[in-house]
Design a protein around this ligand. Structure first.
Ligand code: DGJ
Length: 692
């Protein structure tokens, strides 16, 4: 039986025609709740009335192959104002989604002032909130705090991207600090890519009230008569297996239906050109990089920024966005020469675009200055490179432009199998020349609806192209956009040590085959840190493996290690990308590092529990430091597992654990003493073991 949100289904089943929606239990609306509680829905009717008292009209039950859905139609008792509540419960995974459709037939437009996607009362002995707070190049830092009286609000107001700072996914542990493998934890993700607000309110003595939806700042939505506004979906799960249980439910749901249709397929191993050559693209360099990735055993090459621009060549970030034509000074034989070269090397080809953006130095801006977001009569605020602006995705002509750009690229170059879709700007100019003056406050919402509409068109025509969702790294890692994307670039920070942390937080909600993790260069350009190639490979191998460096600068040892890593990854790929994740030791776990080694460890196991892979990373190295035992999880206690060390350090023999067998019970209760530190401290040691 489904554990999550049972009360929602019970309540749905109990609703009779005319029944009050038990306002504070299902959809608290302003005008139907007492003064103590906050509304999830607040509107101003055409005649100025601000009350909403919804009553059920009828309930429909849908039985779909993947889910059951309860649909409750309601109507206000005074105004011709209608809200349809949807509660969808998935059959194969413990996830429930809620959302509302709002419509009216009043004489003039209605102003939606607050329109959350879901509401949930929460009772717990000592509820704690976990949310991901981060920044560019430092995404996904888990922040845990006790919920106290008053209102806690998590918001993001970037406008275009919503996962760099505060992300739209949270967990709430009911009984104290959330634990990894036990305890009652609720997980929620707002499936939206724009501004949001998640609130937990303790306004009465009874418990807590959870709300999540589009952020109301500058976003009063003007709804015309007979127009339907559909709120984003809010996806919930509830687990008694701690944060790990919540993560596994989200991963399974994402693979089945939360991301582009092939969420259950494995991804290719690629080399991306960005951190290797930046804007310095030439045909010769690109083909040399293709030779390299092919020789390592990789399967795909992705040409990043810098390949386009005719009147204005894209030599840095200050020009050319919008001019999506090949720069023939750099690529005299066009993209065809590159796709031919890829085919000849038995690899595939992918390309970078940033479709929603334009530079003021571009032919597009010269032709269509009205297409950029702008506040009438005010100076434009410019972004990246001092010249970047965001196109007005509310405008159907701009939507056509973006669709045609992708369509032309893929029609003219049918061998492009992968697109990296970047978005490097916030909405700084919050105005549209397309939207009427009295609907400027629809912009923050309509931007994303326009983007989604365009992505739907692209996906209808190109369902099989792999599209990476990138926004200066992980700025758009959210379930609002993932239904149109196959994966996302986890962070612009590719420093292997910090990646252990960033990937850790990101894995709370996103599955490993969606997480693009690339072996980077060393010393790493952003942090200056030097890390061994083995550590860089092992860190990248725990997700969708790729490379992002200049192979021409690699040593022979580095090349050999990467070849081994790619070879071994292929053998483990299905397990890593589609297996069930168990996080074992958190890099955030406080330890007295000089005495005890700071470690991070995680594992994936298949559904049959007969095949697993374990990753262990040493994050600190001091002489005579005590090593850490790592206790595994999720295994079958009665089975015996044999360990094989993988991606062995170039020139070394496997460690003493290689070839040894243990029962699942032993591995989970006693654990493994993994040789991460030796008598001589090695910086950034790591090990990977396959268990069969
Ligand atoms: C930001 C992305 O996150 C990088 O990976 C790279 O694609 C650059 N943009 C290119 O301008």
């Amino acid at each position: 039986m489904k554990r999550s949100l049972i009360y929602l289904s019970i309540m749905c089943a109990c609703l009779s025609v005319g029944a009050r929606l038990h306002a504070i239990e299902m959809l608290p609306t302003f005008g139907d709740i007492d003064h103590i509680h906050l509304p999830a829905l607040l509107v101003q009717h055409a005649d100025g009335d601000q009350s909403l008292q919804l009553r059920a009209q009828d309930t429909t039950y849908l039985d779909h192959a993947q889910y059951k859905e309860t649909v409750i139609r309601t109507q206000d008792i005074v105004q011709p104002f209608y809200v349809t509540l949807h509660v969808r419960q998935y059959k194969e995974v413990d996830i429930t989604e809620t959302w509302y459709e709002i419509r009216h037939t009043e004489k003039k437009p209605v102003r939606l002032q607050r329109f959350d996607s879901g509401y949930l009362p929460i009772e717990g002995d000592d509820p704690h909130l976990l949310h991901l707070h981060g920044n560019w190049a430092a995404e996904g830092v888990p922040t845990v705090e006790r919920l106290t009286r008053g209102v806690k609000s998590i918001r993001n107001t970037d406008g275009a991207r919503n996962a760099h700072l505060d992300a739209p996914e949270v967990m709430i542990s009911l009984d104290g600090v959330p634990q990894e493998n036990y305890g009652r934890v609720l997980g929620a993700a707002l499936c939206w890519s724009g501004n949001f607000e998640i609130r937990v309110a303790a306004t009465d003595e009874k418990g807590f009230h959870f709300y999540a939806g589009i952020d109301p700042m500058a976003s009063e939505y003007i709804l015309e008569p007979k127009q339907t506004f559909t709120t984003p979906h809010l996806a919930y799960t509830y687990s008694t297996e701690g944060m790990g249980g919540v993560s596994r439910a989200f991963h399974r749901w994402a693979r089945n239906c939360g991301m582009m249709h092939n969420g259950n397929a494995t991804r290719n191993i690629l080399l991306n050109s960005w951190e290797g050559i930046y804007f310095d693209i030439t045909e010769e360099r690109i083909i040399a990089m293709m030779n390299d990735i092919a020789s390592f055993g990789g399967e795909l090459f992705v040409m990043d920024d810098g390949w386009f621009g005719s009147k204005y060549p894209r030599n840095n970030d200050s020009s050319s966005l919008g001019d999506w034509v090949v720069d023939t000074r750099k690529l005299p034989n066009g993209l065809k020469a590159l796709t031919d070269a890829a085919r000849e090397r038995h690899i595939q080809f992918g390309i970078w675009i940033e479709p929603e953006a334009v530079n003021t130095t571009s032919e597009l801006f010269e032709k269509h200055p009205e297409w950029v977001l702008q506040e009438r009569g005010r100076e434009l605020k410019l972004g990246r490179g001092g010249t970047q602006l965001v196109l007005d995705m509310t405008n159907p002509k701009v939507q056509d432009f973006v669709f045609n750009l992708v369509d032309t690229l893929l029609t003219n170059n049918p061998e492009i199998v992968y697109i990296k879709w970047d978005a490097n700007a916030s909405i700084q100019n919050c105005g549209s020349t397309y939207l009427p003056r009295d609907k400027q406050s629809n912009l923050y919402v309509d931007y994303h609806l326009g983007l989604i509409k365009t992505l739907e068109r692209i996906r209808a025509k190109y369902p099989n192209v792999t599209i990476q969702n990138c926004a200066s790294g992980g700025g758009r890692a959210n379930y609002g956009l993932m239904p149109y994307f196959d994966e996302f670039w986890v962070s612009d920070n590719n420093d292997a040590l910090q990646r252990v942390y960033i990937q850790w937080g990101t894995s709370y909600f996103f599955p490993s085959n969606a997480m693009a993790q690339h072996i980077g260069g060393s010393p790493y350009l952003m942090t200056g840190r030097t890390t061994p190639i083995k550590f860089r490979c092992d860190v990248a191998m725990s997700g969708r493996l790729g490379m992002e460096l200049q192979p021409a600068h690699m040593t022979e040892t580095e090349r050999a290690q990467c070849t081994t890593a790619i070879h071994d990854y292929k053998a483990l790929r299905e397990l890593i990308q589609l297996g069930n994740l168990y996080r074992l030791v958190s890099p955030y776990e406080p330890v007295p590092v000089v005495e005890k080694q700071q470690v991070a460890s995680l594992m994936y196991i298949n559904d049959n529990k007969d095949h697993a892979v374990l990753f262990a990373y040493g994050l600190s190295s001091f002489m005579k430091q005590a090593s850490r035992r790592i206790r595994l999880a999720g295994l079958d206690p009665t089975r015996t597992y044999t360990l094989t060390e993988r991606n062995i350090r170039h020139g070394e023999q496997p460690c003493a654990l290689h070839g040894q067998s243990f029962t699942g019970a032993y591995l989970m209760s006693v654990g493994l003493d993994i040789p991460l530190s030796t008598e001589y401290a090695i910086d950034y040691p790591s090990r990977i073991f396959e268990l069969k």
